[in-house]
Design a binder for this molecule. Structure first.
Ligand code: SF4
Length: 516
């Protein structure tokens, strides 16, 4: 804590009889006064002498009981400021009591009291008192100390009405129940607040300026390319093509926070999964969850050694919901393409429908982003969207896919994708493990193809990828070739995959997207 009354080097308190005492800076005003004088004789309204010293020339407005209360509150606040006490609830309760009962009234204002006594700024003291008021009002609802244990928990409630605060806490309790959370992460309060009272659109000018700059950068080169004279040689055209692609990649990279080429960001409001088919055998999410993220998500994935001595990773089937991350897209004001659940499957049978509802609500509210959902459970996705969009059009910004690795998976899943209600229905053909004859491309608005990477990666024949590319071309469907995986174009397993720009198929980068 700061020395009390630092701006009060010497304060003279004049009693209304012959008594007077001199207060030294090391002794807080209220404590000294409370101990030294009977209430009736206390004077203490601070004024200032010409040299800055405060002189109490007016009688204190505090009654004896109030002085005791003020001394108690001040002691609590000082203990906390000095790091000798940790209970946030006691601190804000003391600040609120000072405000509510006007225990500061010997000072011109509440802010002056907090500044002089505790060196607290106006905004900090008002905020603490406001937090105390909120907790005081909410205390009858139960164990409020467990629900809102710290400053960061109460902060998101500060600007809300009482009705809104109640709604946020109801939502938080609901999420805690559905996610089986024993504690309350502070992010959960902010998530509930943002979920219930979301921004109406991207607001941060700085972020949108970044997006605009990237678009301008790409547009300028595209424009220059379009103006190339038809007389320029092939070499110049090729150089320009390369430059254009580089600029596009740089532009996309400005906004990307993931290595996945067809998206810009991942969002994981849940974790954990179960093997659905052979495409899951070397699941990247299971590997990450069992290794790098094992401390964060214990028990969700395990390392296994096969009889042949091969190390694999697999999910255990346990699902962990992360409602505290639900509002993430709403807090990101920079429009992006967001891959939903890169570390799990939203339509896994153990994900409660009410939670899927909340994920869809966020995707609808954050209309400035495009959400790319991929599932290996397209039947549930179809049923869900049929119900959710039974009497309204599905929003343009939610693109729903099924993942398929070979003909058998395609044949089983494609009818469900076609039965899904979505503005964009697409196929994630990753890892491509065998030839797939698409038959009709009806109901498929976009196709992404990629080979498998990692230690146990299985090869992808070039013809499988080119067949799909050709089918897309014939049908006029946009095609995105993501990567070769561990095996290159020639089918040789590389020791280390080199990342030297986007992957090409027959020398061409295919990075097409559906029209929005
Ligand atoms: S469905 Fe997806 S997340 Fe789940 S195990 Fe299979 S590949 Fe992994």
């Amino acid at each position: 804590m700061n020395a009390p009354s630092a701006s009060r080097p010497t304060t003279v308190v004049a009693a209304n009889d012959s008594k007077s005492i001199v207060l030294t800076p090391s002794v807080p005003l209220h404590e000294t006064v409370a101990q030294a004088l009977p209430s009736e004789t206390i004077t203490g309204h601070p004024g200032k002498t010409g040299n800055g010293a405060k002189i109490s020339s007016k009688p204190s407005k505090l009654t004896k009981a109030q002085r005791k209360a003020e001394a108690r509150c001040a002691a609590t606040i000082r203990q906390y400021r000095a790091g000798k006490a940790k209970d946030f609830h006691n601190l804000v309760a003391a600040c609120y009591e000072v405000q509510r009962d006007e225990l500061y009234c010997d000072y011109p204002t509440q802010a002056a009291y907090f500044k002089a006594e505790f060196d607290l700024s106006r905004s900090a003291s008002l905020r603490l008192a406001q937090m105390g008021k909120i907790l005081d009002r909410l205390s009858p609802i139960g164990d409020i100390a467990a629900l809102l244990p710290a400053d960061s928990h109460v902060r998101p409630l500060l600007t809300l009405t009482e009705e809104q605060q109640d709604a946020v806490l109801t939502k938080v309790s609901g999420w805690k129940k559905v996610a089986n959370l024993l504690t309350t992460p502070s992010k959960l309060i902010l998530a509930a607040r943002t979920f219930l009272y979301p921004p109406s659109g991207p607001r941060d000018e700085k972020d949108t300026a970044k997006t605009a700059l990237a678009a301008k950068f790409i547009g300028a080169v595209e424009n220059a390319k379009s103006k190339l004279s038809s007389n320029v040689g092939t070499e110049v055209v090729q150089v320009f093509e390369k430059l254009f692609q580089t600029v596009k990649d740089i532009g996309a990279a400005i906004l990307r926070s993931t290595g996945i080429a067809w998206t810009q960001k991942t969002w994981n409001p849940l974790h954990g999964c179960t093997r659905a088919s052979s495409g899951c055998d070397n699941c990247y999410a299971a590997r990450q969850t069992a290794t790098r993220l094992a401390d964060l998500y214990p028990g969700l994935a395990v390392k296994k050694t096969t009889a042949a001595g091969t190390i694999t990773y697999a999910f255990t089937g346990k699902i962990q919901l992360a409602p505290e991350d639900l509002a993430e897209p709403l807090l990101d004001h920079d429009p992006k393409m967001i891959f939903v659940n890169s570390m799990s499957d939203l339509f896994h049978k153990d994900v409660p429908e009410e939670f899927i509802d909340d994920v869809f609500t966020v995707m609808e509210l954050a209309h400035w982003h495009v959400f790319q959902v991929v599932t290996k459970r397209p039947e549930r996705q179809a049923q869900y969207t049929q119900k959710r969009y039974a009497d309204k059009a599905p929003p343009n910004n939610i693109w729903l896919a099924t993942s398929t690795e070979d003909q058998a998976a395609y044949d089983e899943r494609i009818p469900h994708l076609r039965n899904t209600k979505a503005a964009i229905r697409w196929l994630s053909v990753e890892p491509l493990l065998g030839p797939i004859d698409f038959g009709s491309m009806d109901g498929i608005d976009w196709v992404v193809v990629g080979g498998e990477s990692g230690h146990n990666a299985r090869p992808m024949a070039k013809a499988w990828a080119t067949d799909i590319r050709d089918a897309c071309k014939t049908a006029g469907a946009p095609f995105f070739f993501k990567q070769w995986g561990a095996f290159g174009e020639q089918g040789h397993k590389a020791k280390k995959i080199k990342h030297s720009g986007p992957a090409t198929l027959d020398g061409v980068v295919h990075h097409e997207y559906p029209k929005r």
